[in-house]
Ligand binder design. Sequence first.
Ligand code: NAD
Length: 419
Amino acid sequence: MSAKNMLDNAIENFNNAAAMLEKEYDKELLDILRHPGERAEIQLSPLLSDGKIHIIKAFVVKHCDAVGPCKGGIRMASNVTLDDVSALAMEMTWKCALIGVPFGGGKSGVVCDPLPLSKLDKQMVVRSFARNAHNHIHPLIYVPAPDMGTNEADMGYIKDAISHAMGNATTQGCYVTGKPVILGGIPGRREATGRGVMLTVIEALTVMGKNPKEVKVAVQGFGNVGSVAAMELFRMGCKVVGISDINGGICNSDGLDVVALQKYYLEHGKLQGFPGSKPISGEDLLEIECDVLVPAASGNQITADNADKIKAKIIAEGANGPTSNEADRILEEKGVFIIPDILCNARGVFVSYLEYTQETQQEQMTVEEVNERLSKRMRTKFRQVYDFAKERDVNMRQAAMLLAVKTVCDAKVARGYLP
Ligand code: NAD
Protein backbone atom coordinates (compact mmCIF):
# COMPACT_ATOMS: atom_id res chain seq x y z
CA MET A 1 0.00 0.00 0.00
CA SER A 2 1.34 3.45 -0.70
CA ALA A 3 1.96 5.46 2.45
CA LYS A 4 -1.01 7.69 1.73
CA ASN A 5 -3.32 4.75 1.35
CA MET A 6 -2.22 3.16 4.60
CA LEU A 7 -3.04 6.34 6.50
CA ASP A 8 -6.25 6.84 4.51
CA ASN A 9 -7.23 3.29 5.42
CA ALA A 10 -6.58 3.91 9.12
CA ILE A 11 -8.55 7.17 9.03
CA GLU A 12 -11.43 5.52 7.19
CA ASN A 13 -11.57 2.74 9.79
CA PHE A 14 -11.68 5.40 12.48
CA ASN A 15 -14.34 7.41 10.62
CA ASN A 16 -16.57 4.35 10.40
CA ALA A 17 -16.38 3.86 14.16
CA ALA A 18 -16.73 7.59 14.86
CA ALA A 19 -19.90 7.75 12.74
CA MET A 20 -21.46 5.14 15.04
CA LEU A 21 -20.39 7.03 18.15
CA GLU A 22 -21.52 10.54 17.17
CA LYS A 23 -24.47 10.41 19.55
CA GLU A 24 -22.32 9.35 22.50
CA TYR A 25 -19.36 11.77 22.22
CA ASP A 26 -18.72 15.37 21.15
CA LYS A 27 -17.82 15.76 17.51
CA GLU A 28 -14.69 17.75 18.49
CA LEU A 29 -13.50 14.93 20.73
CA LEU A 30 -13.75 12.50 17.82
CA ASP A 31 -12.02 15.06 15.55
CA ILE A 32 -9.00 15.14 17.90
CA LEU A 33 -8.52 11.40 17.49
CA ARG A 34 -8.61 11.51 13.69
CA HIS A 35 -4.98 12.70 13.48
CA PRO A 36 -1.77 12.11 15.46
CA GLY A 37 -1.00 14.39 18.40
CA GLU A 38 2.67 14.73 17.38
CA ARG A 39 4.75 13.79 14.33
CA ALA A 40 8.51 14.26 14.59
CA GLU A 41 11.00 13.94 11.72
CA ILE A 42 14.53 13.32 12.92
CA GLN A 43 17.85 13.21 11.07
CA LEU A 44 20.32 10.45 11.90
CA SER A 45 23.93 10.65 10.70
CA PRO A 46 25.79 7.50 11.77
CA LEU A 47 29.37 6.89 10.69
CA LEU A 48 29.32 3.39 9.19
CA SER A 49 32.07 0.87 8.46
CA ASP A 50 32.57 2.17 4.90
CA GLY A 51 34.09 5.25 6.57
CA LYS A 52 31.22 7.47 5.43
CA ILE A 53 28.57 9.44 7.29
CA HIS A 54 25.12 8.27 6.19
CA ILE A 55 22.16 10.63 6.39
CA ILE A 56 19.10 8.62 7.43
CA LYS A 57 15.62 9.96 8.12
CA ALA A 58 13.66 8.73 11.13
CA PHE A 59 10.19 9.44 12.48
CA VAL A 60 8.51 9.25 15.85
CA VAL A 61 4.73 9.62 15.93
CA LYS A 62 2.63 9.84 19.08
CA HIS A 63 -1.01 9.47 18.15
CA CYS A 64 -2.77 9.69 21.51
CA ASP A 65 -1.67 9.37 25.13
CA ALA A 66 -5.09 9.65 26.80
CA VAL A 67 -4.91 6.11 28.20
CA GLY A 68 -1.18 6.19 29.01
CA PRO A 69 2.32 6.59 27.53
CA CYS A 70 2.52 5.89 23.81
CA LYS A 71 3.59 2.39 22.86
CA GLY A 72 4.64 1.09 19.47
CA GLY A 73 7.51 -0.51 17.62
CA ILE A 74 10.34 0.80 15.46
CA ARG A 75 9.97 -0.12 11.80
CA MET A 76 13.20 -0.11 9.82
CA ALA A 77 12.66 -0.27 6.06
CA SER A 78 13.82 1.68 3.01
CA ASN A 79 10.24 2.60 2.08
CA VAL A 80 8.74 3.52 5.45
CA THR A 81 7.16 6.99 5.45
CA LEU A 82 5.85 9.47 8.00
CA ASP A 83 2.30 8.65 6.89
CA ASP A 84 2.90 4.91 7.36
CA VAL A 85 4.22 5.56 10.84
CA SER A 86 1.22 7.80 11.60
CA ALA A 87 -1.20 5.07 10.48
CA LEU A 88 0.62 2.49 12.59
CA ALA A 89 0.69 4.80 15.63
CA MET A 90 -3.05 5.35 15.30
CA GLU A 91 -3.59 1.62 15.11
CA MET A 92 -1.53 1.19 18.29
CA THR A 93 -3.88 3.52 20.15
CA TRP A 94 -6.82 1.27 19.30
CA LYS A 95 -4.89 -1.95 19.91
CA CYS A 96 -3.75 -0.91 23.41
CA ALA A 97 -7.25 0.28 24.30
CA LEU A 98 -8.87 -2.89 22.99
CA ILE A 99 -6.55 -5.32 24.72
CA GLY A 100 -6.84 -3.30 27.93
CA VAL A 101 -3.31 -2.07 28.67
CA PRO A 102 -2.68 1.45 30.03
CA PHE A 103 -0.84 2.71 26.96
CA GLY A 104 -1.56 5.06 24.11
CA GLY A 105 -0.44 4.70 20.50
CA GLY A 106 2.97 5.54 19.08
CA LYS A 107 5.32 4.26 16.41
CA SER A 108 8.76 4.98 14.95
CA GLY A 109 10.24 4.56 11.52
CA VAL A 110 13.84 4.50 10.32
CA VAL A 111 14.19 4.92 6.56
CA CYS A 112 16.88 2.34 5.99
CA ASP A 113 17.00 -1.20 4.61
CA PRO A 114 18.51 -3.31 7.41
CA LEU A 115 19.20 -6.37 5.23
CA PRO A 116 22.43 -5.25 3.52
CA LEU A 117 23.87 -3.82 6.75
CA SER A 118 26.51 -5.69 8.73
CA LYS A 119 25.59 -6.43 12.37
CA LEU A 120 27.84 -3.62 13.54
CA ASP A 121 26.47 -1.09 11.05
CA LYS A 122 22.91 -1.97 12.03
CA GLN A 123 23.85 -1.41 15.67
CA MET A 124 25.28 2.00 14.73
CA VAL A 125 22.04 3.00 13.00
CA VAL A 126 19.96 1.82 15.98
CA ARG A 127 22.23 3.67 18.44
CA SER A 128 22.01 6.76 16.30
CA PHE A 129 18.21 6.50 16.45
CA ALA A 130 18.33 6.12 20.27
CA ARG A 131 20.62 9.14 20.60
CA ASN A 132 18.63 11.40 18.31
CA ALA A 133 15.13 10.31 19.36
CA HIS A 134 16.11 10.29 23.05
CA ASN A 135 13.90 13.30 23.85
CA HIS A 136 10.83 11.35 22.75
CA ILE A 137 11.62 8.10 24.55
CA HIS A 138 10.67 7.82 28.22
CA PRO A 139 8.60 5.38 30.34
CA LEU A 140 5.96 8.07 30.79
CA ILE A 141 6.03 9.43 27.20
CA TYR A 142 6.84 6.88 24.49
CA VAL A 143 8.17 3.34 24.89
CA PRO A 144 9.36 1.69 21.65
CA ALA A 145 9.66 -2.03 20.84
CA PRO A 146 10.69 -4.12 17.81
CA ASP A 147 8.69 -4.01 14.58
CA MET A 148 9.58 -5.03 11.04
CA GLY A 149 13.33 -4.76 10.51
CA THR A 150 14.26 -4.43 14.21
CA ASN A 151 14.70 -7.10 16.86
CA GLU A 152 15.48 -7.97 20.46
CA ALA A 153 19.19 -7.16 20.15
CA ASP A 154 18.36 -3.68 18.81
CA MET A 155 16.18 -3.00 21.86
CA GLY A 156 19.16 -3.96 24.08
CA TYR A 157 21.30 -1.36 22.25
CA ILE A 158 18.62 1.28 22.77
CA LYS A 159 18.49 0.59 26.51
CA ASP A 160 22.29 0.73 26.64
CA ALA A 161 22.49 3.98 24.64
CA ILE A 162 19.93 5.70 26.86
CA SER A 163 21.42 4.52 30.16
CA HIS A 164 24.87 5.67 28.99
CA ALA A 165 23.52 9.05 27.97
CA MET A 166 22.22 9.40 31.53
CA GLY A 167 25.54 8.31 32.99
CA ASN A 168 23.91 5.29 34.65
CA ALA A 169 24.43 1.54 34.46
CA THR A 170 20.75 1.04 33.74
CA THR A 171 17.57 2.98 33.21
CA GLN A 172 15.06 3.69 35.91
CA GLY A 173 11.79 2.28 34.61
CA CYS A 174 11.09 0.80 31.22
CA TYR A 175 12.32 2.86 28.24
CA VAL A 176 11.98 0.09 25.68
CA THR A 177 10.34 -3.34 25.53
CA GLY A 178 11.26 -6.47 23.61
CA LYS A 179 14.77 -6.42 25.13
CA PRO A 180 16.93 -9.50 25.83
CA VAL A 181 15.84 -11.21 29.08
CA ILE A 182 19.24 -10.46 30.66
CA LEU A 183 18.49 -6.72 30.32
CA GLY A 184 15.00 -6.91 31.81
CA GLY A 185 13.18 -8.43 28.85
CA ILE A 186 10.46 -10.96 29.31
CA PRO A 187 10.67 -14.65 28.42
CA GLY A 188 8.41 -15.58 25.52
CA ARG A 189 8.32 -12.06 24.01
CA ARG A 190 9.60 -13.15 20.60
CA GLU A 191 6.91 -15.79 20.25
CA ALA A 192 4.13 -13.73 21.82
CA THR A 193 2.54 -12.18 18.74
CA GLY A 194 2.60 -15.35 16.63
CA ARG A 195 1.14 -17.36 19.53
CA GLY A 196 -1.61 -14.80 19.90
CA VAL A 197 -2.42 -15.14 16.20
CA MET A 198 -2.79 -18.89 16.72
CA LEU A 199 -5.04 -18.40 19.77
CA THR A 200 -7.42 -16.09 17.92
CA VAL A 201 -7.58 -18.54 15.00
CA ILE A 202 -8.44 -21.37 17.40
CA GLU A 203 -11.14 -19.21 19.01
CA ALA A 204 -12.59 -18.41 15.59
CA LEU A 205 -12.59 -22.10 14.62
CA THR A 206 -14.30 -22.91 17.93
CA VAL A 207 -17.16 -20.46 17.39
CA MET A 208 -17.56 -21.88 13.88
CA GLY A 209 -17.58 -25.44 15.19
CA LYS A 210 -14.48 -26.43 13.15
CA ASN A 211 -11.79 -28.87 14.18
CA PRO A 212 -8.22 -27.44 13.79
CA LYS A 213 -7.08 -30.84 12.53
CA GLU A 214 -9.35 -30.51 9.51
CA VAL A 215 -8.22 -27.04 8.61
CA LYS A 216 -5.76 -25.89 5.93
CA VAL A 217 -3.70 -22.78 6.63
CA ALA A 218 -1.52 -20.48 4.49
CA VAL A 219 0.87 -17.96 6.02
CA GLN A 220 2.35 -14.93 4.29
CA GLY A 221 5.63 -13.86 5.92
CA PHE A 222 8.15 -16.03 7.73
CA GLY A 223 9.61 -13.52 10.19
CA ASN A 224 8.86 -13.03 13.86
CA VAL A 225 5.08 -13.23 13.56
CA GLY A 226 4.61 -15.52 10.54
CA SER A 227 7.13 -18.21 11.49
CA VAL A 228 5.74 -18.53 15.03
CA ALA A 229 2.10 -18.43 13.88
CA ALA A 230 2.85 -21.18 11.32
CA MET A 231 4.62 -23.30 13.93
CA GLU A 232 1.89 -22.86 16.55
CA LEU A 233 -0.91 -23.68 14.10
CA PHE A 234 1.06 -26.70 12.91
CA ARG A 235 1.39 -27.82 16.55
CA MET A 236 -2.38 -27.46 16.96
CA GLY A 237 -2.80 -29.97 14.15
CA CYS A 238 -3.63 -27.60 11.28
CA LYS A 239 -2.28 -28.45 7.83
CA VAL A 240 0.03 -25.62 6.80
CA VAL A 241 -0.29 -25.82 3.01
CA GLY A 242 1.67 -22.73 2.01
CA ILE A 243 4.19 -20.22 3.37
CA SER A 244 5.88 -17.26 1.70
CA ASP A 245 8.45 -14.62 2.44
CA ILE A 246 9.72 -11.63 0.48
CA ASN A 247 11.40 -13.97 -2.05
CA GLY A 248 8.29 -16.03 -2.86
CA GLY A 249 6.66 -19.08 -1.35
CA ILE A 250 6.40 -22.83 -1.14
CA CYS A 251 3.35 -25.09 -0.92
CA ASN A 252 2.18 -28.64 -0.41
CA SER A 253 -1.54 -29.44 -0.35
CA ASP A 254 -0.87 -32.35 2.05
CA GLY A 255 0.79 -29.98 4.51
CA LEU A 256 4.36 -28.80 5.18
CA ASP A 257 6.34 -30.05 8.17
CA VAL A 258 6.88 -26.67 9.82
CA VAL A 259 9.36 -27.99 12.42
CA ALA A 260 11.60 -29.31 9.64
CA LEU A 261 11.02 -26.13 7.64
CA GLN A 262 12.25 -23.95 10.53
CA LYS A 263 15.48 -25.97 10.61
CA TYR A 264 15.83 -25.77 6.84
CA TYR A 265 15.26 -22.01 6.92
CA LEU A 266 17.88 -21.50 9.62
CA GLU A 267 20.42 -23.52 7.62
CA HIS A 268 19.66 -22.17 4.13
CA GLY A 269 18.20 -18.72 4.84
CA LYS A 270 15.35 -19.37 2.38
CA LEU A 271 12.13 -21.35 1.98
CA GLN A 272 12.75 -22.38 -1.61
CA GLY A 273 14.03 -25.90 -2.14
CA PHE A 274 12.49 -27.30 1.06
CA PRO A 275 12.15 -31.06 0.41
CA GLY A 276 8.61 -32.12 -0.53
CA SER A 277 7.43 -28.60 -1.41
CA LYS A 278 6.59 -26.89 -4.68
CA PRO A 279 7.47 -23.26 -5.40
CA ILE A 280 4.63 -20.75 -5.55
CA SER A 281 4.67 -17.00 -6.16
CA GLY A 282 3.93 -14.61 -3.31
CA GLU A 283 0.75 -13.48 -5.10
CA ASP A 284 -0.51 -17.04 -5.64
CA LEU A 285 0.12 -17.92 -2.00
CA LEU A 286 -2.60 -15.47 -0.96
CA GLU A 287 -5.05 -17.13 -3.34
CA ILE A 288 -4.19 -20.73 -2.46
CA GLU A 289 -6.93 -23.26 -1.54
CA CYS A 290 -7.12 -23.03 2.25
CA ASP A 291 -9.49 -22.35 5.17
CA VAL A 292 -7.36 -19.85 7.07
CA LEU A 293 -5.07 -17.20 5.59
CA VAL A 294 -2.59 -15.46 7.90
CA PRO A 295 -1.09 -12.34 6.32
CA ALA A 296 1.94 -11.76 8.57
CA ALA A 297 4.22 -9.63 6.39
CA SER A 298 3.47 -5.99 5.61
CA GLY A 299 0.56 -3.65 4.96
CA ASN A 300 -1.91 -3.67 2.07
CA GLN A 301 -1.34 -7.19 0.80
CA ILE A 302 -5.04 -7.93 0.31
CA THR A 303 -6.54 -5.33 -1.97
CA ALA A 304 -9.39 -4.85 -4.43
CA ASP A 305 -7.12 -6.58 -7.01
CA ASN A 306 -6.94 -9.94 -5.25
CA ALA A 307 -9.70 -10.00 -2.58
CA ASP A 308 -12.15 -11.70 -4.90
CA LYS A 309 -9.70 -14.52 -5.60
CA ILE A 310 -9.05 -15.36 -1.97
CA LYS A 311 -10.40 -18.79 -1.03
CA ALA A 312 -9.85 -18.68 2.75
CA LYS A 313 -12.94 -18.46 4.99
CA ILE A 314 -10.96 -16.88 7.84
CA ILE A 315 -8.32 -14.18 7.56
CA ALA A 316 -6.21 -13.72 10.69
CA GLU A 317 -4.39 -10.39 10.41
CA GLY A 318 -0.99 -11.09 11.95
CA ALA A 319 0.42 -8.06 10.12
CA ASN A 320 -0.68 -4.51 10.75
CA GLY A 321 -3.05 -3.17 8.11
CA PRO A 322 -2.76 -6.06 5.60
CA THR A 323 -6.28 -5.54 4.19
CA SER A 324 -7.40 -2.42 2.33
CA ASN A 325 -10.88 -1.04 2.98
CA GLU A 326 -12.00 -1.93 -0.56
CA ALA A 327 -10.84 -5.50 0.00
CA ASP A 328 -12.61 -5.52 3.35
CA ARG A 329 -15.91 -4.79 1.64
CA ILE A 330 -15.38 -7.48 -1.02
CA LEU A 331 -14.44 -10.05 1.63
CA GLU A 332 -17.45 -9.18 3.76
CA GLU A 333 -19.74 -9.80 0.80
CA LYS A 334 -18.07 -13.17 0.33
CA GLY A 335 -18.73 -13.96 4.02
CA VAL A 336 -15.07 -14.14 5.01
CA PHE A 337 -14.53 -13.90 8.77
CA ILE A 338 -11.73 -11.41 9.47
CA ILE A 339 -9.89 -11.37 12.79
CA PRO A 340 -8.76 -7.73 12.71
CA ASP A 341 -5.13 -6.80 13.35
CA ILE A 342 -5.86 -4.79 16.50
CA LEU A 343 -7.17 -8.01 18.05
CA CYS A 344 -5.23 -10.71 16.20
CA ASN A 345 -1.69 -9.41 16.79
CA ALA A 346 -2.33 -7.64 20.12
CA ARG A 347 -0.59 -10.25 22.23
CA GLY A 348 2.73 -8.55 21.40
CA VAL A 349 1.71 -5.34 23.11
CA PHE A 350 0.18 -7.18 26.06
CA VAL A 351 3.48 -8.94 26.70
CA SER A 352 5.19 -5.55 26.40
CA TYR A 353 2.92 -4.31 29.15
CA LEU A 354 4.04 -7.21 31.36
CA GLU A 355 7.66 -6.28 30.61
CA TYR A 356 6.93 -2.66 31.49
CA THR A 357 5.36 -3.52 34.86
CA GLN A 358 8.04 -6.12 35.60
CA GLU A 359 10.79 -3.55 35.07
CA THR A 360 8.99 -0.90 37.10
CA GLN A 361 8.62 -3.36 39.98
CA GLN A 362 12.09 -4.90 39.39
CA GLU A 363 10.70 -8.43 39.22
CA GLN A 364 11.24 -11.31 36.79
CA MET A 365 8.23 -13.25 35.54
CA THR A 366 8.51 -16.86 34.43
CA VAL A 367 7.51 -17.94 30.95
CA GLU A 368 4.63 -19.97 32.45
CA GLU A 369 3.20 -16.91 34.23
CA VAL A 370 3.52 -14.86 31.07
CA ASN A 371 1.86 -17.47 28.87
CA GLU A 372 -1.01 -18.05 31.27
CA ARG A 373 -1.85 -14.34 31.53
CA LEU A 374 -1.49 -13.81 27.80
CA SER A 375 -3.65 -16.72 26.76
CA LYS A 376 -6.41 -15.79 29.18
CA ARG A 377 -6.44 -12.18 27.96
CA MET A 378 -6.49 -13.11 24.26
CA ARG A 379 -9.39 -15.55 24.71
CA THR A 380 -11.40 -13.09 26.79
CA LYS A 381 -10.86 -10.29 24.29
CA PHE A 382 -11.75 -12.44 21.30
CA ARG A 383 -15.05 -13.40 22.98
CA GLN A 384 -15.73 -9.78 23.96
CA VAL A 385 -15.29 -8.58 20.38
CA TYR A 386 -17.23 -11.52 18.96
CA ASP A 387 -20.17 -11.01 21.33
CA PHE A 388 -20.17 -7.25 20.73
CA ALA A 389 -20.18 -7.83 16.96
CA LYS A 390 -23.25 -10.04 17.32
CA GLU A 391 -24.97 -7.61 19.70
CA ARG A 392 -24.44 -4.62 17.37
CA ASP A 393 -24.78 -6.61 14.16
CA VAL A 394 -21.42 -5.40 12.85
CA ASN A 395 -18.33 -7.26 11.65
CA MET A 396 -15.32 -8.10 13.83
CA ARG A 397 -13.26 -5.10 12.67
CA GLN A 398 -16.07 -2.67 13.34
CA ALA A 399 -16.75 -4.24 16.75
CA ALA A 400 -13.07 -4.09 17.73
CA MET A 401 -12.79 -0.47 16.56
CA LEU A 402 -15.96 0.56 18.38
CA LEU A 403 -14.79 -0.96 21.66
CA ALA A 404 -11.34 0.60 21.30
CA VAL A 405 -12.46 4.09 20.27
CA LYS A 406 -15.05 4.15 23.06
CA THR A 407 -12.33 3.33 25.61
CA VAL A 408 -10.08 6.14 24.36
CA CYS A 409 -12.98 8.62 24.28
CA ASP A 410 -13.91 7.66 27.85
CA ALA A 411 -10.32 8.27 28.95
CA LYS A 412 -10.31 11.68 27.24
CA VAL A 413 -13.62 12.64 28.84
CA ALA A 414 -12.36 11.46 32.26
CA ARG A 415 -9.27 13.67 31.90
CA GLY A 416 -11.35 16.72 30.99
CA TYR A 417 -10.29 19.12 28.26
CA LEU A 418 -6.84 20.63 28.19
CA PRO A 419 -6.29 24.23 27.21
P1 NAD B 1 9.81 -9.48 10.35
O1 NAD B 1 10.68 -8.44 9.78
O2 NAD B 1 10.34 -10.37 11.43
O3 NAD B 1 9.25 -10.47 9.19
C1 NAD B 1 8.58 -10.02 8.06
C2 NAD B 1 8.44 -11.20 7.12
O4 NAD B 1 7.60 -10.84 6.03
C3 NAD B 1 9.75 -11.67 6.52
O5 NAD B 1 9.74 -13.08 6.43
C4 NAD B 1 9.71 -11.06 5.10
O6 NAD B 1 10.51 -11.80 4.17
C5 NAD B 1 8.24 -11.18 4.81
N1 NAD B 1 7.74 -10.29 3.77
C6 NAD B 1 7.91 -8.98 3.61
N2 NAD B 1 7.24 -8.54 2.52
C7 NAD B 1 6.63 -9.64 2.00
C8 NAD B 1 5.78 -9.85 0.88
N3 NAD B 1 5.44 -8.85 0.07
N4 NAD B 1 5.32 -11.11 0.64
C9 NAD B 1 5.65 -12.13 1.46
N5 NAD B 1 6.44 -11.98 2.54
C10 NAD B 1 6.93 -10.75 2.79
O7 NAD B 1 8.50 -8.72 10.85
P2 NAD B 1 7.46 -9.17 11.97
O8 NAD B 1 7.90 -8.64 13.28
O9 NAD B 1 7.18 -10.62 11.80
O10 NAD B 1 6.19 -8.29 11.56
C11 NAD B 1 5.32 -8.72 10.52
C12 NAD B 1 4.04 -7.90 10.61
O11 NAD B 1 3.45 -8.08 11.89
C13 NAD B 1 4.22 -6.40 10.46
O12 NAD B 1 3.09 -5.88 9.81
C14 NAD B 1 4.26 -5.90 11.90
O13 NAD B 1 3.89 -4.54 12.01
C15 NAD B 1 3.23 -6.82 12.52
N6 NAD B 1 3.37 -6.99 13.97
C16 NAD B 1 4.51 -7.45 14.53
C17 NAD B 1 4.59 -7.62 15.91
C18 NAD B 1 5.80 -8.21 16.56
O14 NAD B 1 5.72 -8.49 17.78
N7 NAD B 1 6.86 -8.43 15.85
C19 NAD B 1 3.49 -7.27 16.72
C20 NAD B 1 2.33 -6.81 16.11
C21 NAD B 1 2.28 -6.68 14.73
